[in-house]
Ligand binder design. Structure first.
Ligand code: NDP
Length: 289
């Protein structure tokens, strides 16, 4: 039985993998949160990995606070870049497979067609720069690694855009939401399923892959969908990003092309609206308990 280690086990994707794990009992799952494996402590990484002896690592740990990364640059780089290099080195030296996660924010946003894995990168914020450096270090130190870039991740676990919008729409009569950043959201449960499909696939096929839900929308349209599914009575106005300044710039267009992951591994790419409805039903149930 292959031993599979999930880092960042308390995060959105880590938590969704924990939900799926019992259905994949052919794998010996180990979930490590920060208290077990602190990725900012490089010496501890090798020690803990040596003790666990995983045959597959899924790296769900990251510094994900996009705006804070503009000021906490060093910490973002340690987690998103330097620690990834250490993990990748260990996996190469110990015959371990590595699946790492990255982001649509490695792109500059100037494309107007869905981004394939071969599209030129050019991050416009610190988070994206550190994640790109992490991708490069990962493939340099372990050319056999798989990297999945994803975008706009939400789930019933942890703090995220969908939960924040549900709360705000219940509290406020009016919300402004940017309508000039285009992409597709990702339900972390669908991404977790994609990851499991890949690690249980008979053939490990190294390289870069893109995954998000299907659909092409702005954040404004995403909020309209959240409003409709949730039945919230709140007026939503679309505004340009220029009217909503944030510490980190965001790409205007970061829609990922998912054909490669679908054809290589047979990964399903559910429609964003279907997945949003599933997640919101779960959020509603959880809020009653
Ligand atoms: P979360 O922010 O939900 O989870 C990140 C995890 O990293 C948490 O479990 C956190 O632990 C852990 N972590 C932070 N610092 C450390 C540390 N020093 N040592 C060990 N663990 C640490 O992220 P997601 O699940 O949403 O994201 C998963 C991946 O997807 C990441 O690589 C991210 O960059 C990428 N991604 C995410 C997007 C998003 O919108 N969220 C969009 C695009 C890509 P703790 O709970 O203790 O803080």
């Amino acid at each position: 039985m292959k031993k599979i280690l999930v880092t960042g086990a308390t995060g959105q994707v880590g938590s969704e993998l924990k939900v799926l794990a019992p259905r994949y009992s052919q794998l010996d799952w180990v979930f490590a949160d920060r208290s077990v494996l602190d990725l900012s402590d490089f010496k501890a990484i090798s020690k803990v990995l040596y003790e666990i002896q995983p045959q597959i690592i899924i790296n769900c740990a990251a510094y994900t606070a996009v705006d804070k990364a503009e000021t906490e640059t060093e910490l973002a780089d340690i987690l998103n870049h330097q620690a990834v290099a250490v993990l990748a080195q260990w996996t190469t030296a110990n015959d371990c497979q590595l699946l790492h996660l990255s982001t649509d924010y490695v792109f500059d946003g100037n494309s107007s067609t869905p981004l394939t894995e071969a599209a030129a990168t050019g991050p416009i914020n610190t988070y994206g720069q550190t994640k790109l450096a992490g991708e490069q270090a990962c493939l340099r130190e372990n050319p056999n690694a798989i990297i999945i870039r994803t975008s706009w991740v939400y789930s019933a676990f942890g703090a995220n855009f969908v939960k924040t919008m549900c709360k705000l729409m219940q509290e406020q009569e009016h919300l402004n939401v940017v309508n000039d950043q285009i992409g597709s959201p990702t339900y972390a449960a669908d991404l977790a399923q994609a990851i499991v499909t890949i690690v249980t696939h008979p053939k490990w096929q190294a390289g870069m892959y893109h995954f998000s839900n299907a659909g092409e929308i702005s954040w404004y349209e995403f909020v309209l969908a959240i409003q409709e599914i949730g039945g919230f009575n709140c007026q939503i106005t679309g505004i340009p990003s220029a009217d909503y300044p944030t510490p980190a710039r965001r790409p205007k267009y970061s829609l990922l092309d998912k054909s490669k992951i679908a054809t290589t591994f047979g990964v399903q790419v559910p429609e964003y609206r279907e997945s949003l409805a599933k997640c919101m039903a779960l959020i509603r149930v959880n809020s009653r308990n």
